[in-house]
Design a protein around this ligand. Structure first.
Ligand code: C2O
Ligand code: CU
Ligand code: CU
Length: 507
């Protein structure tokens, strides 16, 4: 059996394996009560965690991402080299962990460019298997987008080149996208942030920017990164450590009253991040493809599905609490006993320094997002669980789009370039799936759950959106380049086992 494939545990067609078997939705770990006398010593400010103390180092100052240096001296041009290679780092004391990396870094180096720039990146593949670099969310031509049909063989290299149009400012990322190996290359460490900046960014520069790349790491006791289990291929892999910029529970210092602009990327294979900052609300200012029309203040939490990005403004409350924690709250994504995120986890501690800072006001108008307008074509995609026709699925159970498993030689959908289409994504499975479409940004119109339709409250540019279990989601979209585009679930185990299709954009 190909290692990508898996057999459904239990009886054939037993969807119940994937539905909630209890144990999900809540369940924040609490210390035992009633049997222990109160401690003799005064309580410490940080209560001991309910889970065993981690062997990974916690509490280090958050490191900034390492910027990929521009080797071009020509204005409006960015040139650099990325090398895919193995690199080792000590994570668990006394062991060494081998990652698969870009330029020996986890996460990969930050690519920081401007609208209008021409980007030329040479990719050298020193891995022992093929790879590609996919520019997730960027409006680049298909031939430059690292599709699985365009692999870079082990030992080979190629140069990607594209020009970033005005209006593309936003928070993107890059990761491998080879046929069948995407999930493994990403969980072994290959992913990096890519920011496209506008020369007329409306957010005041006095608001300091922080970049948070959230990734998931599973370590065995010997420090190695284990292969996926059958369960991982079904539910999507979650690790035992959630890292921010490659660090475990680091500390970010902020002045009381200070505002910071956080760009957050969910670079995990399958973990849903229900982000909340204790004692604080957050102001949403941007999504995947750039800023909103105006800030959305007062949010207690933000759900960030795998591959999604947000820009938020965080203002340190004054004078207390003296510290806060960025957490991911429990979220039931429909995997029940297969190992759902049922506990609250700490991602990052926020420490207030002593120097107070006056808050900087945000402009009320951030971006002029034009409504895409009335669609002239409609498409409908159905997510299901079953035995797919075509592709390599054979008689294996897996997640399907329109009853099919991915086949790189097949065209599943056709669109006309520059034509506004309305896509309906109908999730008829009991698990959430983050839907992603390459090459463009779309505008969500509505979401229907249990017969109740909610119209999207504001316009936002997205390339990835969660489609909850049994939800139907509608968005409008335009493709601006000719050629083949991928669309898929961004739980990378699902993508790599065939929950993906090919859209051909034609004249
Ligand atoms: Cu981020 Cu097709 O992927
Ligand atoms: Cu993508
Ligand atoms: Cu999925």
């Amino acid at each position: 059996m190909d290692r990508r494939h898996f057999i459904l545990l239990g009886t054939a067609g037993s969807v119940a394996v994937l539905t909630g078997c209890g144990g999900s939705g809540g369940g924040v770990a609490t210390p035992p009560t009633g049997t222990t006398p109160p401690p003799a010593s005064p309580p410490v400010s940080n209560p001991p965690p309910a889970t065993p103390v981690s062997p990974l180092t916690v509490g280090q100052p958050l490191t900034d991402l390492v910027r990929l240096a521009n080797t071009s001296t020509t204005p409006n041009e960015f040139a650099a080299t990325l090398v895919a290679r193995r690199a080792s780092k000590v994570m668990l004391p006394g062991t060494s962990t081998e990652f698969w990396t870009y330029n020996s870094m986890v996460p990969g180096p930050l690519i920081d460019v401007f609208e209008g720039d021409t980007v030329r990146i040479r990719m050298e593949n020193q891995l022992s298997q093929e790879t590609t670099v996919h520019w997730h969310g960027l409006p680049v031509p298909p031939a430059q987008d690292g599709n699985p049909m365009d692999p870079i063989a082990s030992g080979a290299s190629r140069t990607y080149e594209f020009t970033l149009p005005v209006g593309s400012a936003g928070t993107y990322w890059y990761h491998p996208h080879p046929h069948e190996f995407t999930a493994e290359q990403v969980f072994r460490g290959m992913a990096g942030l890519l920011i496209v900046r506008s020369r007329t960014d409306p957010v005041p520069t006095a608001i300091e920017e922080k970049l948070l790349v959230i990734s998931d790491l599973r370590l065995a006791a010997d420090g190695t990164i284990p292969a996926n289990t059958t369960m991982d291929w079904q539910a999507g892999r979650e690790g035992n450590y959630v890292l921010v910029n490659g660090q475990y529970q680091p500390v970010l210092t902020i002045n009381p009253g200070q505002s910071q602009r956080w760009r957050i990327l969910n670079a995990t294979n399958a973990r849903y991040l229900r982000l909340a900052l204790t004692g604080h609300t957050m102001t949403l200012i941007g999504t995947d493809g750039g800023l909103l029309r105006s800030p959305v203040p007062g949010l207690d939490e933000i759900l960030l599905a795998p591959a999604e990005r947000v820009e938020v403004i965080v203002t340190a409350s004054l004078p207390s609490p003296a510290s806060a924690v960025l957490q991911s709250l429990p979220y039931d994504r429909g995997i029940g006993m297969m190992g759902a995120s049922t506990t609250t986890i700490s991602l990052l501690a926020l420490n207030h320094s002593t120097a107070a800072t006056t808050a900087v006001a945000l402009p009320t108008a951030l971006n002029s997002i034009a409504d895409l307008g009335a669609p002239t074509k409609a498409k409908r995609l159905v997510f299901s669980w079953g035995t797919g026709m075509g592709g390599m699925s054979g008689d294996m159970m897996s997640f399907l789009i329109d009853g099919k498993s991915f086949d790189p030689a097949r065209i599943d959908l056709t669109s006309r370039v520059n034509e506004v289409e309305q896509w309906t994504i109908d999730n008829r499975s009991s698990m959430d799936h983050p839907f992603h479409l390459h090459g463009t940004q779309f505008q969500v119109v509505s979401r229907t759950r249990s017969g109740v339709t909610a119209t999207e409250p504001y316009l936002a540019w997205r390339d990835t959106v969660n489609v909850a279990a049994f939800e139907t989601l509608v968005f409008n979209v335009v493709q601006h380049h000719l050629g083949k585009r991928m669309y898929h679930c961004h739980i990378l185990e699902h993508e790599s086992t065939g929950m993906m299709g090919v859209l051909d954009v034609v004249a």
